[in-house]
Design a protein around this ligand. Structure first.
Ligand code: ADP
Ligand code: MG
Length: 338
């Protein structure tokens, strides 16, 4: 009996020295830099599986993919209904619900305008007003017929184009968290280009600390931090994707009422929610609506909170975050007395 016990000890020791967890994995997927960090529970197999699922969702939901479900829907615009994959049905239904909730400010049929502006494509420029009018005529979520019975969707006019860029990463983060949790993971970070989802706590009883970057530059330093467990934080802002023409700044969140980038008092808004799909859709929606209407909107979604950073470098939070945010940069002022 002694020998097998000794053999086991050796295997256990070898096992522990060989099984050093791999480092967090970073890949370019969904048009952005994605990192998954599972700490000492990470394995190559888990990372492989998670990134394979991300690539699959990207192919399915991206308006730019050649063969995906959304590409198929767009190609059939004005011609006929297209059958929806489960994932597309879920994300498109959610997107249309946010269109209803925001009076059309959030609009997944924004595709023709996104394509026209080309922000982030390398070919961006301010379009001619007539071109904006033509693209505007091809947007409007009310022209989408979604049939849950037959699980099909039909875009009324030829040239219409669904773009799920404001919600797909949130959905993908939830999906990855679900996959990892099914594999027994209880703690980790899923970061899809700044769309953050933290699973559980960092360590037992110790929440994660999440930072919000300076919204005045791309990849700026963290200026606010807060603690979170089992939550998603998603930011929409003017420096995520943008270009400058004749000294004027144009960013990628477009107002479907004007055809131009949303222009209000905000530099960025961050939404905290247990569901990343909700945080993602709300961050874009609230950014479009501005602080006051944005606060009204999130009050309709129990458990969601918001952090607004305005052009005067003021920071406001929804009530549930009072006393929970820490300002790291003295250039910003917290107004949480109103
Ligand atoms: P990011 O993609 O940088 O994380 P958002 O989640 O705010 O930021 O999404 C912005 C993207 O959403 C744009 O790049 C575009 O694809 C799409 N979009 C732009 N304007 C709207 C809008 N009014 N409604 C819905 N989606 C939009
Ligand atoms: Mg969004």
């Amino acid at each position: 009996m002694k020998i097998p016990a000794l053999a086991l000890t050796i295997i256990a020791i070898l096992g522990s020295s060989c099984a050093k967890p791999p480092p967090p994995r970073t890949e370019f997927v969904m048009g952005t830099v994605c990192t998954i960090n599972l700490g000492n529970k990470g394995t190559e197999k888990l990372y492989d599986e998670a990134f394979a699922r991300l690539r699959e969702l990207d192919a399915l939901l991206s308006a730019n993919s050649e063969t995906g479900n959304v590409a198929e829907i767009n190609a059939a615009a004005g011609q006929g209904p297209v059958r929806l994959a489960d994932e597309t049905l879920t994300v498109l239904s959610e997107a249309l619900a946010f269109s209803e909730a925001t009076d059309g400010a959030f609009d997944p049929t924004i595709g023709p305008l996104v394509k026209l502006w080309g922000i982030g494509s390398g070919n961006e420029r301010v379009p001619a007003p007539e071109a904006i009018d033509r693209a505007l005529a091809l947007t409007g979520y009310r022209k989408v017929s979604l049939d849950r019975g037959t699980r099909t969707v039909f875009l009324r006019d030829r040239g219409m184009r669904i773009d799920l860029g404001a919600i797909a990463k949130g959905y993908a983060a939830d999906e990855i968290a679900r996959l990892l949790s099914d594999r027994g993971i209880t703690s980790g970070i899923v970061d899809l280009g700044g769309n953050i989802l933290v699973m559980g706590d960092k360590a037992p009883g110790k929440p994660w600390t999440v930072g919000i970057r300076d919204p005045r530059t791309s990849g700026g330093n963290p200026i606010v931090s807060l603690q979170a467990s089992s939550a998603s934080l998603v930011t929409s802002g003017i420096y995520e994707r943008f270009f400058v023409e004749n000294g004027k700044h144009y960013h990628h969140i477009l107002n479907p009422a004007t055809g131009y980038p949303a222009d209000n008092e905000l530099l960025s808004v961050t939404i905290l929610s247990t569901k990343s799909i909700q945080a993602d859709a709300l961050s874009t929606s609230v950014f479009l609506l501005g602080t006051e209407r944005g606060l009204e909107l999130i009050s309709k979604f129990p458990g969601t909170e918001a952090i607004f950073i305005d052009r005067g470098l003021g920071i406001r939070t929804s009530k549930g975050l009072r006393g929970r945010v820490r300002i790291l940069d003295p250039g910003f002022t917290l107004h949480d007395d109103d």
